[in-house]
Design a protein around this ligand. Structure first.
Ligand SMILES: Nc1ncnc2c1ncn2[C@@H]1O[C@H](COP(=O)(O)OP(=O)(O)OP(=O)(O)O)[C@@H](O)[C@H]1O
Length: 240
């Protein structure tokens, strides 16, 4: 069953066409990755799916909801990372988790999530005093706090150390096993390959292809081809 359906999504900022008729479908229970060079339109696409940005045209359905029209209903079932500036600097980690969990009808256990993201020792630390990686881990916890049916994670592990990155991958796998459909935007090929069932490769606002990581590699061929090789060859930089 399709959980997210995007049809002919188009978005421009002034003269810049950020998203140029993107269509994609995310199936229930999958981890769907979005890959693409800087400025390809990945964040704009997921922001339209989240309902935080209005598209110029095209249609989006998330669990049968229209992200702009049904925004309130969508926030109850969709988890997304908050950006810096959206979390009050003075709020302590435990306070933030407890507060945000109170917004949802059946939230995750915030203490377990705090432990899963290795933030227990920072429970009483204010958000403004956290390191970059700790802030990132808190934003992942807050995206998952409501036990969402769909979680959208933009640059999931950017800024995380190798151990934190692996712990986060394990957490995301567990969250998926519990029934959450996950969309993640990433620049890390290892993350895409290990975690994602399917990948959409986006370049210059268009979907180049959607395939499994292995399928993408096979398209480019060669015994020692890596996902990174496939990425470079299938995007503009490789074609020019
Ligand atoms: N608020 C904005 N105002 C004007 N132009 C924007 C805005 N946000 C994005 N853009 C432009 O739209 C294009 C797509 O940006 P977007 O952030 O969606 O790309 P991305 O694939 O997420 O990039 P990255 O990998 O660098 O994060 C870029 O050319 C960018 O400069």
């Amino acid at each position: 069953m399709a959980v997210i359906e995007v049809r002919d999504l188009h978005k421009r900022y002034g003269d810049t066409v950020a998203v140029d008729d993107v269509s994609l479908t995310v199936e229930e229970g999958e981890i769907f990755g979005i890959l693409g060079p800087n400025g390809a339109g990945k964040t704009t696409t997921v922001e339209c799916i989240e309902g935080v940005r209005a598209a110029d045209r095209g249609s989006i359905s998330v669990l049968g909801l229209d992200p702009m029209r049904d925004r309130q209903e969508l926030t109850r079932v969709l988890g997304a990372q908050l950006q810096e500036g959206q979390i009050p600097e003075r709020l302590q980690v435990a306070e933030a988790l407890e507060l945000y969990s109170s917004f949802y009808p059946s939230p995750a256990d915030w203490r377990s999530l705090m432990a899963d993201l290795d933030l227990t020792s920072k429970a009483r630390t204010r958000y403004g005093k956290l390191s970059g990686g700790q802030k990132q881990r808190l934003s992942i916890a807050l995206a998952l706090i409501g036990n969402p049916k769909v979680a959208i994670l933009d640059e999931l592990t950017t800024g995380l150390d190798p151990q934190a990155r692996r712990d986060t991958w394990a957490l995301i796998k567990r969250v998926r096993e519990n029934g959450t459909t996950i969309v993640l935007v990433t620049h890390f090929m290892e993350e895409a390959e290990r975690l994602c069932d399917r990948l959409a490769l986006i370049d210059a606002g268009r979907v180049v292809t959607v395939d499994t990581p292995q399928g993408l590699i096979a398209r480019v061929g060669g015994e020692k081809t890596s996902l990174e090789d496939a990425f470079i060859q299938l995007t503009r930089k490789g074609l020019s």
